[in-house]
Design a protein. Sequence first.
Length: 476
Amino acid sequence: MNNSKITVLILLILISIVSCGKKENNVTDQQKIIDLDSISIAGNIFKSDEQPKEDMGREQPEWAKNAVVYEVNVRQFSKEGSLKKVTEQLTRIKDLGVDVIWLMPIYPIGKKGRKGKLGSYYAIKDYKAINPRFGTKEDFKVLVDSAHTLGMKVMLDWVANHTSPDHVWVRKHLDFYELDSLGKKPIKPKGTDWEDVVKLNYENQAMQDSMISAMGYWLKEFDIDGYRCDVAELVPLEFWEKARTKLDSIKPVFMLAEGTKPELYSAFNMTYGTAFNDSIINIAEGKKGFKSIHSYILDKDKKYNPNDIIMYYLTNHDENSWNYTEKEKFGQNTDNFTVLTYAMGGMPLIYNGQESGLDKKLKFFEKDTINWGGYKKQNLYKRLNHLLKNHQVLWNNGGRANMEVIKANKNTFQFIISKNKEMIVFLQNYSDKPIYISKLSLNGFNTNLDLFTEQPIPDNNRGIELPPHQTIIIGQ
């Protein structure tokens, strides 16, 4: 994105905002009107095939261009905490508009040093087995086959940095681990309180080969589609590159790194949008304003190639269990912030339970079933996923989308996303009172239809009424 060019070429808007109780129907001489022709010029100038030639980055699979990820915490997903119960919900999840199922670790959990009664999913005892509490290998095979029948991909969570202290390798291959000063006992990862795991030794090539063999096992035996890789930046990049080559020789895989470094894309398709998540948390806490989102995009475009996919989220298993619930952090504006995760041109994540307004921190080492209730956010995600599928301006398939901020303060965030010849306007109200936006100031856009709800926008002589804590999206 070339911000200086956009600033020069686009006649920016000063949308007429009228707070509740104040009537202002006319646009003043000082206010600029959106001119469809001038906006279209920007769209043409900055379309991807006219941008400066640059490294586009890793070639991505076609299906990923507008895909959505759904993370499953098997233990807490149902009362039974089983793979079978996940399989039973796959059709509902697919109906949300989901394309990828990411399963948190499903492997047996170590007993030595175990935290809590049930332990951490990330303290793995055997890379080639399934936690008996979750079910059997046949149960998992049915889950994968069912997901594929519905047109969804399946990613397993892979933990390559460490194992449980009673992993099968500890008994047979002590040299697979980093050892204490006496060379007799595996040690926990340095600088952590992870007493339930021990650190693997990546100077040992035999260990690396065994790890890659274990990863290949799930591709060959169960036909999974890829991995989400835990603390990927703590594992040497050379290993991931080697693993990726070997795995792709079995079948093309999709790889998600828990990390943010641009160099990860030499082995991975997607990384975490941690910086974006930090930005929206700071906004929600009143520490920063919405212009920081624009700054984030400018910084992202400097660091990453156009094809580099970033996963955007409001929460995930770590944020939910250790840091906050959505309601605690984002309050009445949870839906507005959720919309932002879809506007960034990456791949949105839904953590299981968000579609029901998950309102508690799920315990990490104990049983703590999700209260599904009435799926009160189900329609929100259906609408967002439908919007994503149908508007290429939001896709991640190369070429940089432009963001132009129209208005940003503590009460409202209004911006244009444009890519090639398509552009859409996001109008968000973060306040407790309605905001009115002059239709005249949105000249050139279809102010009669809300793309978000796919419902007509009521004709109001005060302009578009933007209800409290809601978003309206309009296009050309």
